[in-house]
Every structure is written in structure tokens, then in C-alpha cells.
Design a protein around this ligand. Structure first.
Ligand code: QAP
Ligand code: CO
Length: 205
């Protein structure tokens, strides 16, 4: 079995949940209402080179309850995997939805629906990772400042200004919605090395 930080975090969450469950069960004769369960779900993340990571996603037109649930699950999955950004196609949902939170204490959750980058300025070099490429990091050059227009879970339009890591992260996640990946910005040699390692790493031993 292949381990990465994301699956290790999820497994530790599962074992915590299991521990909680056992503790409650041993007291359940007088503590029945004490059962705890998670309302949100951790979604499995597609690993490169899954073909669905290369597809263009469809616009969101239906701002339903399901969209709110999916947005919460995306945020929760991102947090459980120690990510700063996640996109719907990475959890196999081909819709234009991304989540971002670059704060260490996870205090700035953002859900962007149908995001479009409307301005960009200057360039910055930043070492990027991706939850679909666990353990791989590459320097990528992108605009340092951006303006992005998007809708929230209710369909209301908003504009966001971002710079630095936050701007880089939003651009990285927006790329996912068009099937573009951070390895597309590195040299063919580096990309093919990563490709080979990802393909080999996913083979059962
Ligand atoms: C995109 O990616 C990003 O390999 C979001 O073992 C990342 O959150 C944009 C992660 C960096 C700009 C800079 C990756 C977690 C998280 C891993 C992520 C890993 C555990 C990636
Ligand atoms: Co990514």
C-alpha cells in the first residue's frame, strides 16, 4: 500500500473517529445521545495521471443545497489533507468550483464558483505542490497580483484581490478547471520524470 501525507492524515482522522466511537460505545448504556458523527465527508482525491484531471469543467448554474454540501466537503477534504487549495475535478466532480485557505490556522476558508481571473500583474517564482501529486514540488512562474471574479455558494458575484501565495494558489486551482496542471509549466524532462514516478508509485507491489 502506498502512503502519502494526505492518506496518513485521513487515516489518523479515521483512527481518532474510531477511538471516539469505541469510547462512546463503552459508555453507551447511559450516554446514548452522546454519539458523535461528522456531517461533512472526506472525498477521495484523484492522483495524476487520472484522465479526469485533464478535462475542462462545466460552469455551475444550479446553486442548490448539493452545491453547499459539496463546498463544505471540499474545504474539509482540503484541511484534512493539509492543503491550501483544492478544486472539484480533483475529487472527480467536473464543475467549476475551487477552495482556498492559505492561513496556517485555517481561518480564511474561501469557496470560488465559476472563477475568472480579470487582471494580473508582475511575475513571481513560487514552489508549488498539488494534492494530486503527493510529495512533488516544482518552481513555477506566475503573475504575483491578480483580481478574480467569482460567485459564492448562493450565486452572488464578488471580486477578490490577491497577491503572493494566495494569488499563486488561486491561479493553480483555476488551471485545474481547464485540465491544466502545474507540471505543464516545468521542463519536459522534469515533467516526464514526475510522470514516470507517479505511474510507478501507483502500481501495487
Ligand atoms: C496548490 O496544493 C498550491 O505533496 C495547492 O504531500 C500549492 O495544497 C499552490 C500538499 C503550493 C501554490 C503553492 C501537497 C499536501 C498540498 C503534498 C496543495 C503533500 C501534502 C498541496
Ligand atoms: Co493542484
Amino acid at each position: 500500500m502506498e502512503f502519502n501525507r494526505a492518506s496518513a492524515t485521513m487515516m489518523s482522522l479515521h483512527s481518532e473517529a474510531h477511538h471516539t466511537h469505541c469510547w462512546i460505545q463503552s459508555h453507551s448504556y447511559n450516554l446514548f445521545s452522546g454519539f458523535v458523527f461528522l456531517a461533512v465527508a472526506l472525498l477521495p482525491i484523484l492522483l495524476y495521471p487520472h484522465p479526469n484531471l485533464r478535462k475542462r469543467c462545466q460552469e455551475v448554474t444550479d446553486f442548490s443545497k448539493d452545491l453547499k454540501k459539496l463546498s463544505e466537503d471540499l474545504l474539509e477534504t482540503m484541511y484534512a489533507s493539509n492543503g491550501i487549495g483544492l478544486s472539484a475535478p480533483q475529487v472527480n466532480v467536473p464543475r467549476r468550483i475551487i477552495t482556498v485557505d492559505i492561513t496556517p490556522n485555517r481561518s480564511d476558508p474561501k469557496v470560488l464558483i465559476n472563477p475568472t481571473i480579470t487582471r494580473s500583474d508582475n511575475l513571481t517564482l513560487y514552489e508549488e505542490g498539488c494534492l494530486s501529486f503527493p510529495g512533488f514540488y516544482e518552481k513555477v512562474k506566475r503573475p504575483h497580483q491578480i483580481e478574480v471574479q467569482a460567485q459564492d455558494v448562493n450565486g452572488d458575484k464578488f471580486t477578490l484581490q490577491a497577491e503572493g501565495v494566495k494569488a499563486v494558489c488561486i491561479q493553480h486551482e483555476c488551471d485545474h478547471l481547464d485540465g491544466k496542471l502545474f507540471v505543464d509549466y516545468v521542463s519536459k524532462l522534469r515533467a516526464s520524470r514526475i510522470h514516470k514516478k507517479m505511474v510507478r508509485g501507483n502500481k501495487p507491489k
